[in-house]
Design a protein around this ligand. Structure first.
Ligand SMILES: Cc1cc2nc3c(=O)[nH]c(=O)nc-3n(C[C@H](O)[C@H](O)[C@H](O)COP(=O)(O)OP(=O)(O)OC[C@H]3O[C@@H](n4cnc5c(N)ncnc54)[C@H](O)[C@@H]3O)c2cc1C
Length: 168
């Protein structure tokens, strides 16, 4: 096993899902020295994700606040398709929850108290998106590498000790 020593980081992030990669990019834009570890290797299988109107707003906000202009395009189906048709995503029309009880058929009443419909835009261009996470997460990691953040895949933290600062 490869063992690494001597590198110092303000932040060392474990896990290069989209949360880890975006956090690494944001921290680097904020002036910190960042390292990102991933125990697996991209592209990797993973389940989910579909965006919501609020999640899309947050992507746009992160894009402008942390000077990540390319991120903006992933907040709508139309701009995603124009900018990165090679990264697979689908149009999302909304989603529903239905509260079920074990052993019972689903029933509802006039108030629909046990149902939730989250509607989405009917416009393809403005639409929320279903992400193929394998592609999207691999793309984010390419942005991590492009930005000069130290990236280590097939890497796991084996020990963590604190002597004034963390040693991992
Ligand atoms: C069936 C399903 C459907 C979902 N649908 C939606 C949805 O529609 N909309 C939505 O917003 N959310 C959805 N979610 C939730 C969403 O998928 C998660 O919130 C999201 O994956 C979290 O991303 P992440 O980057 O934090 O974690 P992950 O994508 O899980 O990434 C974590 C990464 O860390 C790595 N790792 C783990 N441990 C270590 C370690 N010790 N050292 C190094 N690396 C490590 C893993 O290999 C992995 O690559 C769904 C989840 C599931 C299971």
């Amino acid at each position: 096993m490869h063992k690494k020593s001597g590198d110092h980081y303000d932040f060392l992030i474990a896990g290069a899902g989209f949360a880890g990669s975006l956090t690494a990019l944001i921290l680097q834009k904020s002036g910190f020295k960042v390292g990102l570890l991933e125990k697996g290797q991209h592209p990797r299988f993973t389940i989910g994700e579909s965006s919501t109107p609020v999640a899309d707003m947050i992507l746009r906000e992160l894009s402008s606040k942390y000077n990540l202009p390319w991120l903006y395009n992933f907040s709508r189906y139309g701009t995603w398709q124009q900018s990165h048709p090679e990264i697979v995503c689908g149009i999302k029309r909304g989603f529903s929850f239905f509260k079920h009880y074990p052993g019972e058929y689903f029933t509802t009443d006039g108030d629909h108290k046990n149902e939730l419909l989250v509607a989405a835009s009917s416009s393809d261009i403005e639409s929320d998106t279903n992400w193929l996470r394998a592609d999207f997460d691999a793309f984010l990691v390419s942005k991590v590498k492009e930005s000069g953040i130290d990236y280590f895949d097939l890497t796991e933290i084996m020990t963590a000790t604190r002597n004034g600062q963390w040693e991992l």
